[in-house]
Design a protein around this ligand. Structure first.
Ligand code: TSJ
Length: 694
């Protein structure tokens, strides 16, 4: 379409004149009402063309700026990243509609973001409803969603963060959209939270077969007050997950901030099958072939007329592990952390199919009880991904899928494919049933030990003898130090603040809970002590409201053994008291690595850089002696308090898990028998460890 024609259409539709914020006071434009038009107010004549509707548009974006929390939940780092997810989602939708297979994401040197795709390009012609071009509709009308053109599938990414490109615009100081389509390059630019600089305009020609959308935005530092710096790992993990969940789509991330840009490409033609393989990397596998189930069903929406299709995909594979939290579920590419009807449907079908198969082939005797769902899920890694036109979310964090029709759809699909797989692969089927059977046996055996542990949990009289408890009973102010070795434990007991700090020394290494059976875990004294001291039970029965300490601090030596113990402890908390990690109650103490004595005064350094700074600051001669701590035991009580335990002076690392799948994999890598991966613990954990000064 020719440029002049477009401009004519715009004119005819009585579009607002372009406003140049450089020459106009911004406040006036936002507060402007029709009856206020007057030269005295210093408004340029062009403003008279504003219609009520257009004002609403602007006010809409202003509302987002006033209360950003309503639209992106947080203006902290997570919110900053949500802007990227939102824009990328739009490109992924285009890929799901079948029109795009290449998405590029750039972190620009100034921490702005560029996302481009090779899709059809956002429609550039006028949308009847808004009277604006498709591009401007998407960018200025709240919840315009993806339907700014005709046809095409439903917008999949309409869930938690599917807030619309307009929200990104509202929260950015700069937003540029370039669309290549039908031989033309079209461009529009917004500034200062969505103020249009000049209407969408054809700025050049492109080849007749060239098409795509490119968006560049810079988040507003006035909104994102905590940080405007993007985290490479966070973006990388999210894009990798998107590539797994949308098999075949190629997503490239390039970080242009380093001198030499860093680039990674994700494309998984196997989709969620490869996702399961990825999560299971390094684990011993029960069934070599990842089982894959997929199907779709047409439903009529609440209006009784519109027909839409619900898609479901499930892939699963068992490992020899003992965990039963390996089910990762998604709706419209959003993680449903609290599960929901899709997971329920899966559980039902899984349980029925395994029991039916076991009975049919006499792997389960007539007199024996059915396997439970818990038995079936031990060691199972499973990804459930559904696409739903009208998802309903429930639960505390609104991450639980509520649509009841989904239960049946998923269970039917899983039943069909899974039963067929079992029949076609008798060896793998038998291996699965054997695994499930051993889980059932373990469950019965663990029951007794579990009973015993539960009876003890929470009662003060039975607190472990090794625990030096604090005197306060206010969990919010109480801290539990879990200390490697008896000698360091002794120093900690003497040096601590007795009112708020409790000490639990650990003797040697604790059990690797990921490799041990549940029965052995319950019989392990060190683990029993921790469960009792924390006092809130474990697993399903864990009640975070009952924890006796709001800070659980792991204090180990800065050596390989210390690393190992720390990882074992984290694995234990992750597997048995996950809400403790989710709630940010777990910390790692940071003891100093070096001490310099100078003029009767002790100086500490926590890393090599600090050591160098210290030497410089004190103007020490080369060769001036300093002590390198090999373990906590080398510090006396006073030193331990001053450097590591005194809340006023200490530094600790707070553990957070923001991606269960990632964490599970990291733990598994670290659990391996190689020393190397364990050594890189802190580096690897950059994924889910946040530095915090406390
Ligand atoms: F919205 C947005 F700006 F955030 C954005 C949209 C950002 C990015 C990176 C890509 C996209 C986008 C939108 N890519 N592709 C599309 N496609 C459409 O908007 C589109 C194109 C054609 C038709 C049609 O029916 O002809 C329909 C749609 C929804």
């Amino acid at each position: 379409m020719a440029n002049e024609n477009e401009e004519k259409v715009l004119e005819e539709a009585k579009q607002p004149e372009v406003v140049n914020p450089a020459v106009e006071p911004e406040e006036d434009r936002f507060q402007y009402k029709k009856e206020d038009v007057s030269d005295e107010k210093g408004l340029v004549k062009a403003d008279a063309n504003y219609t009520a509707e257009n004002i609403q548009v602007l006010e809409g974006l202003e509302a987002v700026r006033k209360r950003p929390g309503m639209y992106i939940a947080t203006t902290a780092a997570a919110g900053l990243h949500h802007l990227v997810w939102e824009i990328v989602d739009n490109a992924i939708d285009e890929a799901l509609a079948g029109y795009c297979d290449d998405i590029q994401v750039y972190i620009e040197p100034d921490n702005s973001i560029t996302v481009s795709d090779n899709g059809r390009g956002i429609p550039v012609d006028i949308v009847a409803k808004s009277g604006l071009s498709g591009v401007e509709t998407a960018y200025t009308i709240l919840h315009a969603g993806g339907k700014f053109g005709e046809g095409g599938g439903y917008k999949v990414s309409g869930g938690l963060h599917g807030v619309g490109a307009s929200v990104v615009n509202a929260l950015s100081t700069l937003c540029e959209v370039t669309v290549k389509k039908a031989g033309g390059i079209h461009y529009v630019k917004f500034v200062d939270g969505g103020k249009i600089v000049e209407h969408l305009k054809k700025i050049g020609d492109c080849g007749p077969n060239e098409h795509g959308t490119m968006v560049h935005f810079k988040p507003d530092a006035e909104i994102f007050t905590e940080t405007t710096i993007y985290n490479y790992e966070t973006i990388r993990n999210h894009l990798r997950q998107m590539a797994f969940l949308n098999g075949g789509v190629k997503i490239t991330l390039t970080d242009k901030r380093p001198e030499t840009p860093v680039s990674e490409t994700f494309q998984f033609n196997g989709g969620i099958r490869e996702y399961v393989s990825f999560i299971n990397q390094g684990k011993d596998i029960i069934n070599q072939d990842v089982i894959y189930c997929r199907g779709a069903e047409e439903v009529t929406l609440l209006d009784g007329v519109t027909k839409e299709i619900i898609y479901a995909e499930i892939s699963l594979q068992w490992t020899t592990y003992y965990n039963n939290d390996g089910v990762y579920s998604f709706c419209n590419n959003i993680s449903t952390k609290e599960g929901g009807t899709h997971v329920e449907g899966f559980n039902i079908a899984l349980n029925k199919a395994i029991n039916a198969y076991a009975r049919q082939f006499k792997l389960l005797e007539e007199k024996e009880n059915n396997f439970t769902t818990e038995d079936c899920r031990e060691g199972l890694t499973c990804v459930i991904s559904i696409k739903h036109p009208n998802p309903q979310y429930e639960g505390q964090t609104k991450t639980k899928l509520g649509n009841s029709e989904v239960r049946k759809i998923v269970s039917t699909i899983v039943s069909e494919h899974f039963r067929q797989f079992l029949l076609e692969h008798p060896d793998q089927a038998k291996a699965i049933v054997t695994k499930v059977r051993s889980a059932a046996k373990g469950r019965v055996a663990a029951q007794a030990a579990r009973e015993a542990t539960r009876k003890n949990a929470g009662s003060i009289t039975t607190l472990p003898g090794k625990l030096a408890d604090c005197s306060s009973r206010i969990p919010e102010e109480c801290e539990l130090y879990i200390v490697e070795g008896n000698s360091a434990g002794g120093s900690a007991k003497v040096g601590r603040d007795r009112k708020t700090q409790a000490i639990l020394p650990l003797r040697g290494k604790i059990l690797n809970v990921e490799k041990a059976t549940e029965e052995r875990i319950f019989k392990n004294a060190e683990i029993g002590n921790m469960i009792t001291a924390i006092g809130a039970g474990i697993r399903d029965e864990f009640n975070v409201e009952k924890i006796r300490y709001h800070k659980i601090v792991i204090m180990t030596d800065a050596d390989v053994d210390g690393d190992h113990i720390r990882i074992l402890l984290l694995t234990f908390f992750y597997r048995f008291m996950k809400p403790l990690i989710d709630g940010g109650y777990v910390y790692i103490a940071q003891p100093p690595l070096y001490k310099i004595e100078y003029k009767g005064q002790a100086y500490y350094a926590y890393n090599d850089e600090q050591l160098e700074q210290l030497k410089k600051g004190l103007q020490l001669k080369p060769g001036y002696p300093f002590q390198r701590y090999k373990g906590l035991g080398e510090m006396d009580a006073q030193q331990l308090w001053e450097t590591t335990m005194d809340p006023a002076a200490r530094k600790m690392i707070r553990i957070t898990v923001d991606d269960a799948a990632m964490a599970d994999k990291a733990f598994t890598d670290l659990m391996g028998d190689d020393v190397e991966p364990r050594r890189d613990f802190i580096i690897k954990n950059a994924k889910f460890v946040k530095n915090l000064d406390i």
